[in-house]
Design a protein. Structure first.
Lengths: 317, 317
């Protein structure tokens, strides 16, 4: 099957799917094509949804897709889950629910469960965002589980990040972590019909207010919204909040936008660079008998692993 | 303050705490000391507890500490949380609860919230396990949040890994992921008084039974236990299961134990090696003006980030 820039730019979904698979497998021609696509990217708006398992991310994303489609926006969805589910069973319900858009040409859904051959999870996600962008998707939605550094990194690549919590997931807002908090542009308390929703929202509000002093004048302050995704309650308000944040980024604070882009590209470049070096190291380490000898020496306590690493590094030059 | 191998081996807690701080800060003398300590490690039994936030890890670990202390075992605890809590508030309750052992000389508790200067989270955790081991702790408990590759990697360094779930955390056992499942030696359904506990246990049992065909004859099969950690229910049974697994590792399957050790050391060596290379790259990347020029060129779409990374790599040699 021929992979070409033109086919992707014309929105050919089969070519895009093939390209993504080949990127996963680390096939050189796919990476070459990705390079050529780069000049045609930068038009898609990237929307992040993050939160713990069970918070209702897929259900809310599903509703957001419907809203975007009713406004004639095309949508790409990347569901990132670094720890692959033990069987299709548990998560299948979610995927099927979202697949009600599966027959809609305007929606392209891709799950990213493994790190793949292409490199780290952040790197793979960034590459797939680019393909969807070049494919002409107006909005790319990143759905991440929201725990772990990988996913904080991924969420940071979004233009607008929605952090979701549900009441009674823990005893309080224990499940929300600092890294996630700092990247939130909008907070959503989903399952708002449950006990404790108002309290959770109040705690979040207090937290946002506490951070007010450290924010510059005129800076974006994350709103706190209540939703019941499964009954489509509060979704209009969420769309409105997303639109407000987008307008804020593009108009009110264009300098912040440029800073964000520069930081994002800087991180991406560094990430790609590290990935390339890691590959070389991995290869050298695994193909070499030195590493096996060293492991034996470490087991026998003849050398410690830190000194062993220094020795190997000296040998690799 | 003098840091010496002898002081650590004599069990001096203040020296150990200082060493851990200096390792976090990447101070060379601390790394040199860690090298010298290596020959004196390998005696501690490492016990992992992993599960989602709110599952009751700290409460159960607290009960396990009490049990170990009543058997005259000294204990080191490392609570790993890669996404630092937004304030001390949310998690303080847990930490305080565990601190009832804080005045007990036989218990040493250390939280690891950030990656630190020493390197990745896995690397930092491995280093602290070694210090606690050299300090003479009989058992080192690793408490991890159990989502994300980092924590799977950390859990893999334990001799016995306890995977905790609670009923009604999600709709089913959605929160349990493949990576975590594969490393479980014992399953604990905590909060067993809650609705759905029996169902969760039955689902886990089914899953374990489904895996039976792919396990070699005589291989360890993870038991599924029910606990109510806050009322100390089921903790004796857990201690018994841990002891059974320990006996299995040391006696019934000594070959598996050696394989486990060899794999662990191989991974650790590779991890240290990668950390060292990353440091060099990071330094070269950040001190160089090349990277800044490249970012500008990428923003202007004059070059794509993949080609840019290749160019930088060529220049670094």
């Amino acid at each position: 099957m021929e992979l070409s820039v033109d086919k992707i730019l014309l929105g050919d979904v089969r070519t895009a799917a093939r390209l993504m698979r080949e990127l996963d497998d680390g096939i050189p021609r796919a990476i070459e094509l990705l390079k050529s696509l780069y000049a045609h990217t930068g038009r898609a708006y990237v929307l992040g949804f993050t939160g713990s398992p069970g918070v209702g991310k897929s259900t809310l994303v599903d509703q957001v897709i419907s809203q975007l489609r009713s406004r004639n926006k095309t949508v790409g969805v990347i569901a990132v889950d670094p720890t692959s589910p033990f069987s299709g069973g548990a998560l299948l319900g979610d995927r099927i629910r979202m697949q009600r858009h599966g027959t809609d040409d305007g929606v392209f859904i891709r799950s990213l469960a493994t790190r793949g051959q292409f490199g780290g999870l952040t790197r793979s996600t960034a590459a797939i965002v680019k393909v969807m962008d070049a494919l002409g998707k107006d909005v790319v939605i990143l759905e991440t589980v929201g725990v772990g550094q990988d996913e904080v990194d991924i969420a940071e690549t979004a233009h607008t990040t929605v952090v979701m919590v549900a009441p009674a997931m823990g005893d309080d807002i224990q499940a929300i972590k600092a890294g996630i908090l700092e990247i939130a542009h909008i907070f959503v308390v989903n399952k708002a019909d449950r006990d404790g929703a108002t309290r959770t929202a109040a705690e979040l509000r207090l937290m946002v207010e506490m951070g007010r002093d450290s924010r510059p004048v005129g800076a974006w302050e994350p709103p706190i919204l209540l939703t019941e995704a499964n009954r489509n309650v509060g979704v209009n308000e969420l769309m409105e909040a997303i639109e407000q944040h987008r307008r804020y980024l593009l108009k009110d604070d264009a300098a912040a936008w440029q800073r964000h882009e520069r930081d994002r590209i800087h991180r991406e470049l560094e990430d790609i660079l590290k990935g390339k070096v890691m590959e070389k190291i991995q290869w050298a380490f695994e193909s070499d008998t030195v590493s096996r000898d060293m492991v034996e020496q470490i087991i026998q306590k003849k050398i410690d692993p830190y000194t062993a690493a220094e020795k190997i590094l000296d040998q690799l030059g």
